[in-house]
Design a protein. Structure first.
Length: 325
């Protein structure tokens, strides 16, 4: 079942793009091994490799549970992506395209079936287990018995803290003061009380949780995993912000306010370059920007959704692009 987005016939892409071989041959880019690294009832984490060459960006295409085509643009340096907002116990077919200069160079596909409600699959050996959100405190005793290996390379999770909050999202940060983890899982219950699980790459130290309800208290549990075993866990409570109108009425007044403390500013003045749209699909948009001078601790992207509700998305200060799905 192919998507209408690349309608032509995905295989045609290869011959079309390989035709101009003079430039392509020296730096041919190859995509391989699109595989499922973890599954929850409402998300899938995919991984892939680029054994030869490189791509400017990737595009992940699939059909949602209603049969509507979806497309998710991905940065060219990425080798994994988490696809949120899926339906439980549903089979999806994912197509990953490698792009250069807007042209599809290579493509790989895979199938995945999301888990049942209330279950999470860490995918190391396909074992399914219930979300342990009811009593996370019991996790520690379970995870610590195999202490024979642990003393040498014990992995420890530092404090889970909130770095930013908006009416519809929360950004969390943590540290790993000792050892390392293969992956993390963030678990919480949504505003309707349904358990949610978000798989996170083992190298990450922060995550943004979107799609939350304003003025609602959430309890987040972060688990550090080795293989499919939960080694350590930290928790925190967060209250999302109340809905407030965006300060969009008079954004021009912002600049004088920010430039007023000019005593420090001349030494480390920070300037935002042009904000431009780098790709658009029917239900997502990728934005890019530059920082020609200085640096910022973080960014906040504000907009109104189709219902006119204000939305705000916190972004890491090192980022220069964001995808709004």
């Amino acid at each position: 079942e192919e998507l209408p987005l690349p309608t032509e016939e995905p295989q045609d892409e290869k011959t079309q793009t390989e035709a101009p071989t003079p430039e392509t041959t020296p730096a041919k880019a190859v995509l391989e091994d699109l595989r499922v690294s973890s599954i929850t009832p409402n998300s899938v984490q995919l991984q892939w490799s680029v054994p030869k060459g490189s791509f400017d960006s990737f595009m992940l295409q699939y059909r949602d549970a209603q049969g509507q085509p979806q497309a998710l643009p991905i940065d060219g340096g990425s080798r994994s992506v988490t696809v949120p907002g899926l339906s439980s116990s549903h089979r999806y077919r994912f197509h990953l395209y490698g792009l250069r200069g807007g042209k599809r160079i290579d493509r790989v596909s895979t199938d995945a079936v999301t888990g049942e409600d209330g279950w999470v699959d860490t995918r190391v050996n396909g074992h399914m287990e219930p979300l342990p959100s009811e009593e996370p405190k019991q996790e520690k005793p379970k995870a610590e018995p195999p202490a024979s290996e642990a003393p040498l390379v014990q992995a420890v999770l530092g404090e889970l803290r909130v770095s930013s909050v908006t009416p519809s999202s929360v950004q969390l940060q943590w540290s790993v003061p000792e050892g390392s983890f293969d992956s993390f899982t963030l678990q919480y219950r949504d505003a309707q009380g349904q358990p949610q699980a978000l798989p996170i790459d083992g190298g990450s130290r922060s995550v943004t949780v979107p799609g939350l309800s304003p003025s609602h208290r959430y309890r987040f549990h972060l688990y550090g995993l080795r293989g499919r075993k939960k080694i350590d866990h930290v928790s925190t409570d967060v209250m999302t912000a109340s809905e407030e109108p965006l300060p969009s009425e008079e954004p021009k007044q912002e600049k004088p306010k920010a430039e007023a403390p000019a005593s420090e500013a001349p030494l480390a003045r920070a300037v935002l370059g042009e904000l431009k749209v780098s790709s658009v699909t029917p239900n997502s948009m990728q934005l890019q920007w530059s920082v020609p001078e200085g640096s910022f601790d973080s960014f906040t992207l504000q907009y109104r959704d189709a219902q006119g509700q204000p939305q705000a998305l916190p972004i890491n200060g090192g980022f220069r692009s964001v995808t709004m799905p």
